[in-house]
Design a protein around this ligand. Structure first.
Ligand code: AHR
Length: 489
């Protein structure tokens, strides 16, 4: 069967918040240290300690939002340990991730400097598990107040006169697990209490984020919505794609069978079921859809690379991961009206990373390229797209797609999930029949990857061979590929 994609450009729907293309950076392994931050005295080129190569790549991909400092780390992080002169900061053991010593040289000011350099919005996840209400309230005050209070004077003493006006605040992380092992009912009350003392300062209205469910924990969503929805702007969802389905033996990031490849993609597509399920529960308590669902941890979780610290979660990244990213981002686009923000886990050197580093070397992963190819969807308006195609396995369609419009230009992103068969996809964009069309393609074997020795094995190139026919455009998609089409009026 010939696959086809039909897009209606005449009736734009909801805005796709750029924040669903957000990222996550945790004090875990080599994400912050070495990956993003090397310190001012490093021989690796940097600006105020931030790696220039990495920051430039992230700017190119238009990263809109960055979550920090965790993850599980967030609920053991005490922000005062990370301010003031770096040499005098407290040293702590990172008990979640490898028991390495954390010297707190990257703290609040460094995080906000990183966001400034990338040009993205900061999202701070505060400590509820082992922290106090006062600690969180004062963090908000420290960053956002202009008043002449002692807390604000500390900020001034640390070199920052103007408030930072941080808007996005998470109240605990995975409070059902590493964030305190709480029950939903109990956490709902804790959440209500903590958020009460997170004040709005000046014109900066906080976006209050409650810890939501793990995967398909429908009851957690039900309880949080029932007891606390009127006190929150967003409820998080965490979902990791573990290819084998077994946490103890997740499988290699680089060596896998075709069967495992399809299993991984089916698990990625499960995001659709999760969104529908949680949103349906949320509907019962918030019929105006004021509270957004925030998938602030998602991505593939493979076994670590052989020989690396198991606590550092360092994994390679192949075309399989790129396909997972493409499927997931197409799903997010389709639910843009209900999603407030999303963050892939994680940004550098951890889990499904955008970027890998080794010393002064940097590699852009296939996942990075997908984000870069999808960036024109950010803040554009969603268009309805209908996909007709056969399946590659179970009920997983061979083609995944989404589309958006901005300033009269249409972006269509498509993935051909078939591991070995190309697809000539018939594409029609109603209202753009005469538009000039260009295409970009990312393709490779399902296990193709970029290494420090061969950093450009997988990279986007111009898509040749698009043919205009009476029935529409015929777009030649290689096996295991992602394509972006641009229609310019
Ligand atoms: O992203 C790695 C870990 O996964 C995070 O710290 C935690 O929130 C989740 O379990």
């Amino acid at each position: 069967m010939q696959s086809s994609v039909h897009v209606d450009a005449l009736h734009p729907m909801s805005k796709i918040s750029k924040n669903i293309y957000g990222q996550f950076s945790e004090h875990l392994g080599r994400c912050i240290y070495q990956g993003l931050f090397v310190g001012k005295d490093s021989p690796i080129p940097n600006v105020n300690g931030m790696r220039t190569d990495v920051v430039n790549a992230l700017k190119e991909a238009k990263v809109p939002l960055l979550r920090w400092p965790g993850g599980c780390f967030a609920d053991e992080y005490h922000w005062r340990d990370g301010i003031g002169p770096q040499a005098q900061r407290k040293r702590m053991v990172n008990t979640n991730w490898g028991y390495v010593v954390e010297d707190n040289s990257f703290g609040t000011h460094e995080f906000l400097e990183l966001c400034r350099q990338i040009g993205c919005e900061p999202y701070i996840n505060a400590n509820v598990g082992s922290g106090t209400v006062r600690e969180m309230a004062e963090w908000v005050e420290y960053l956002n107040s202009e008043g002449d209070s002692s807390v604000v004077q500390e900020r001034w003493a640390n070199g920052r006169k103007e408030p930072f006006n941080v808007k996005y605040w998470g109240v605990g992380n995975e409070s059902w697990g590493c964030g305190g092992n709480m029950e939903a009912d109990f956490y709902a009350d804790v959440y209500r209490r903590f958020q009460t003392y997170c004040r709005d300062y000046g014109d900066n209205k906080l976006y209050r984020i409650a810890c939501g469910p793990n995967t398909d924990d429908w009851e957690w969503t039900e309880t949080l919505m029932k007891k606390a929805s009127k006190y929150m702007d967003g409820l998080t969802l965490h979902y990791y794609d573990v290819p084998s389905g077994k946490w103890k033996d997740k499988g290699s990031a680089t060596e896998f069978t075709e069967e495992r490849y399809y299993e991984t993609l089916v698990r990625a597509a499960y995001m659709e079921t999760l969104l529908r399920g949680h949103l349906a529960i949320m509907d019962r308590y918030d019929e105006d859809h004021r509270v957004k669902l925030l998938v602030d941890e998602w991505g593939c979780w493979h076994d670590v690379e052989p020989g690396t610290n198991p606590g550092f979660l360092y994994q390679q990244n192949t075309m399989r991961d790129a396909m997972v990213a493409a499927i997931t981002l197409n799903i997010f686009n389709a639910h843009a009206d209900r999603l407030g923000l999303c963050c892939i886990a994680q940004m550098v050197n951890v889990l499904q990373a955008m970027i890998l580093t080794e010393g002064d070397q940097m590699v852009l992963t296939p996942t990075y390229h997908v984000f870069n190819m999808y960036k024109d969807h950010q803040d554009a308006e969603l268009l309805e797209s209908c996909v007709f195609s056969g399946t590659v396995t179970e009920d997983l369609k061979q083609i995944s797609a989404s589309a958006s419009i901005r300033d009269g230009s249409v972006t269509v992103t498509m993935a051909n999930l078939h591991a070995t068969e190309k697809a000539d996809v018939l594409v029609n964009v109603e209202g753009m029949e005469k538009a000039a069309v260009t295409g970009t393609v990312l393709a490779g074997a399902m296990d193709a990857l970029n290494t420090f020795q061969h950093p450009d094995t997988v990279k986007p190139v111009t898509l040749e061979g698009i043919v205009r026919t009476e029935r529409g455009l015929v777009v030649p998609m290689p096996a295991c590929s992602v394509v972006t089409l641009k229609f310019n009026a």
